[in-house]
Design a protein around this ligand. Structure first.
Ligand SMILES: Cc1cc2nc3c(=O)[nH]c(=O)nc-3n(C[C@H](O)[C@H](O)[C@H](O)COP(=O)(O)OP(=O)(O)OC[C@H]3O[C@@H](n4cnc5c(N)ncnc54)[C@H](O)[C@@H]3O)c2cc1C
Length: 390
């Protein structure tokens, strides 16, 4: 990772402090009680971090993707749920900001987001299409002049009950094909979220992501004008894979650091005695290094294409590149956590020691399911047969 510009150092420092002083202190309680990390989100709001990605012209900080990714990493080291909530929100903000096309409603919305530090959740997956973001069943339905509505069965909406606003994928009209989609942003008061179950999960418990039946009524100008295929390929998918991976890298890094701290403490207690687990730690470090390399290279590749020619992000080679990031990171991160657990042993398996890594492992296992890896392999398998070499 390179050094951020001076103007962004303040943001990164503030987020790092919140990660260490607020998110870390609450992380076990958030996990144990599957509760929203309200104190960390309040602190992030206080630091203006929720509008980090809003362009400066609209009042925000216009922070680079690199700085936002580093914030996700820092939060991931201390509380996975806080980090994932932050990452998902930033993905929605960046997606809107990158496809604004001067739309007055969206510009004024981003100004408001900055002033009020509003939090955006997303409903892209759907009962019936699962994690396939490129198809929708729910449709934007005309309800008279300039008014639309929809009803969507969303199986997983992270922090849906705590968000101000909701970004939702829909079919363009009730007659449209499943792949003819739009993205609609609804504000609190315009959408009703009826809970469809609880969120008592293995990991990522503080993201509070149960299913909801979402019913909304809103103005037609709240639909992003850009073609959804463009929004999805140039922004939503690669940004999701990049920011999620930074969260997972943060989780894996902390698991590794705990394992190393455990071994160093053991070495201090029994100087001169052999530490067989040290070799295992070296294997874990090698895997963490691979993970870190892939995560930072993918960020670099995205930025290079984005600056040179954003249309390159629409190519099959680009889809393969960012799917590969997600596949690699989602498999290496839990593997590093499992390796750290083997190094620490029972002290790491217990939930009440400074070297506990059970929460890290449970949280990291969610990575494979955040869009099922087999689904991505199926897409990649088809593309590999026809895509040109990058
Ligand atoms: C912590 C967490 C937070 C989330 N937050 C949100 C959120 O805020 N908003 C949101 O919209 N979604 C969210 N999701 C949902 C997520 O993004 C996926 O959409 C969802 O997990 C998909 O559901 P599923 O696991 O049933 O997989 P599905 O995609 O329905 O797949 C079901 C099964 O079929 C297999 N499968 C599917 N397609 C193929 C294929 N082509 N080839 C081979 N096998 C296949 C899969 O491997 C899986 O075993 C979240 C998920 C997690 C874990």
């Amino acid at each position: 990772m390179s050094v951020p510009a001076d103007s962004e150092r303040g943001l990164l420092e503030a987020v790092r402090r919140i990660a260490e002083e607020v998110a870390a202190a609450a992380a076990d309680d958030v996990d144990r009680n599957a509760r929203f990390p309200a104190e960390a989100l309040e602190a992030l709001r206080g630091a203006g971090a929720l509008s980090a990605a809003v362009p400066e012209a609209l009042g925000g900080q216009g922070a680079s993707l690199e700085t936002i990714a580093r914030c996700c990493f820092e939060l991931g080291r201390r509380c996975s749920s806080t980090a994932m909530v932050f990452a998902m929100h930033q993905i929605q903000v960046l997606t809107i900001a990158r496809h604004l096309d001067g739309a007055p409603w969206f510009e004024s919305y981003l100004r408001e987001l900055h002033q009020e530090q509003r939090l955006i959740a997303s409903a892209t997956s759907e009962v019936g299409t699962g994690g396939d973001m490129s198809r929708s069943i729910a449709a934007a339905t005309p309800e008279g002049e300039g008014v639309l509505s929809f009803e969507k069965q969303a199986p997983t909406v992270s922090y849906g009950a705590h968000a101000d606003d909701l970004l939702t994928t829909l079919r363009r009209t009730p007659d449209a094909e499943p792949g003819d989609q739009v993205l609609a942003l609804t504000k609190s008061g315009q959408a009703e979220l009826e809970p469809a179950g609880a969120w008592d999960t293995l990991g990522m418990r503080g993201t509070c992501s149960p299913g909801f039946l979402v019913r909304a009524r809103f103005a037609s100008e709240q639909v992003l004008a850009a073609p959804f295929a463009e929004v999805m390929n140039q922004s939503m998918v690669p940004l999701s894979h990049i920011l999620w991976s930074h969260v997972w890298l943060g989780i894996a890094t902390d698991a590794f650091e705990r394992a190393r701290a455990f071994l160093r403490a053991s070495a201090r207690r029994r100087p001169g005695e052999p530490l067989p687990a040290a070799a295992r730690l070296s294997h874990v470090m090698a895997e963490l290094t691979l993970l870190r390399g892939e995560v930072s290279q993918a960020l670099h590749d995205f930025q290079a294409d984005d600056v040179d020619d954003r249309a390159r992000l629409m190519t099959m080679a680009s889809v393969l590149r960012f799917n590969n990031l997600k596949l690699a990171a989602s498999e290496h991160a839990p593997s590093v956590c499992a390796g750290a657990l083997e190094v620490v042993g029972i002290v790491g398996y217990r939930n009440d020691t400074p070297y506990s890594v059970g929460r890290h492992l449970r949280d990291a296992l969610s990575a494979r399911l955040m869009v099922a890896n087999e689904r991505l392999h199926a897409t990649d398998a088809a593309l590999l047969l026809i895509a040109k070499e990058p």
